[in-house]
Write a protein that binds this ligand. Structure first.
Ligand code: SF4
Length: 317
């Protein structure tokens, strides 16, 4: 007989953040306004399901702006791009629509300002992540990337009194605080944002899963492998006493994970649509789970306006 937990908790908040909602809507509106194809540089958000749905509607995903035919329309993803990407697009006479999340843009602005003031900037983030590549591109000569507390020990800077830090928006809140603490110990004059650059959505989703994990035997996180904030949710759940797994959808739930599990918590990364959560709930209901309740920790009410080009084109249409 199929195993079923007695109870499901649904973390709140979970799923789409304001930046992802804005980015996905940007591609949808661009398809309506300009007609397919609309090119999108990289995955608009790190979720396979969302990317597939947009592809079916006529979006073409490319790795680089140089892969877009001259003169076509291209949307830049929520993770942000380096200035060199804008320059390449201009050379190819592409019509660009920038769906960079405003909270990523804020980090770019901080990095540019610190670089202009002559600081060495320590960027806390994950090597190879698109957001990190975009931020580093703002001041490649001035930025050094660190990923762990150990990296602080081996950090070498020209002037330890002229050093600043910024961070990726989707990191582990706890790990980043520990890194910042170590940076402040080693470089007492370091400057930076008031706390860190981790965005409200990452912070709130981690806070919710942190509390929910204590009440659960297992936490399932819906999100794609390349989604930084989804991977962090799994780590937070494990650190706070629950087994946890990252899944794209309900088809990836493994029977053995459910053995002996009475209470299962469900959450989803900032780029995962609610539809996938409801499919997972239906999966458990079909097996016999009856009790489903929200586990609300923080209320969220953040919205971002669509990019200016899209708003203007919508008004004209
Ligand atoms: S996770 Fe945060 S920074 Fe990233 S798109 Fe969402 S709100 Fe913006």
């Amino acid at each position: 007989m199929a195993l079923a937990p007695e109870k499901l908790f649904l973390a709140a908040p979970r799923g789409y953040c304001a930046g992802v909602d804005r980015a996905v809507q940007t591609v949808e509106r661009a398809l309506e306004l300009y007609g397919p194809p609309v090119y999108v540089r990289k995955e608009i958000v790190h979720n396979k399901h969302v990317v597939e749905q947009l592809r079916e509607r006529g979006a073409i995903f490319v790795d680089e702006e140089t892969d877009v035919p001259a003169g076509e329309t291209v949307v830049f993803s929520a993770h942000g791009v380096a200035p060199s990407v804008h320059a390449n697009a201009e050379r190819r006479e592409l019509k660009t629509i920038d769906a960079t999340c405003p909270l990523v843009t804020k980090v770019h602005v901080e990095a540019k300002k610190f670089a202009a003031d002559g600081y060495t900037i320590v960027l806390i983030g994950h090597a190879g992540h698109e957001e990190v590549e975009g931020t580093m591109g703002e001041a490649p000569e001035s930025i050094v990337l660190i990923e762990t507390e150990e990296d602080v020990d081996s950090l070498e800077v020209a002037d330890p009194d002229r050093i600043a830090f910024v961070s990726q928006t989707t990191l582990s809140v706890d790990e980043t605080n520990a890194i910042i603490l170590k940076l402040r110990e080693r470089f007492p004059n370091i400057v930076g944002p008031r706390t860190d650059d981790i965005c409200y959505a990452t912070t709130n989703r981690q806070a919710a899963v942190r509390q929910m994990a204590h009440a659960c035997d297992l936490v399932l996180v819906i999100g794609s492998r390349n989604s930084s904030n989804s991977n962090r949710l799994v780590e937070v759940a494990r650190d706070h006493g629950a087994d946890s797994h990252l899944i794209d959808n309900e088809a990836q739930v493994e029977e053995e994970w459910l053995e002996g599990k009475r209470v299962v918590g469900i959450t989803s990364g900032a780029s995962a649509p609610e539809e996938l959560v409801q499919r997972l709930v239906d999966f458990f209901r079909a097996r016999g789970t009856q009790e489903v309740s929200e586990f609300e920790v923080v209320q969220e009410d953040v919205r971002f306006m669509l990019p200016k080009d899209i708003r203007k084109a919508m008004a004209a249409a």
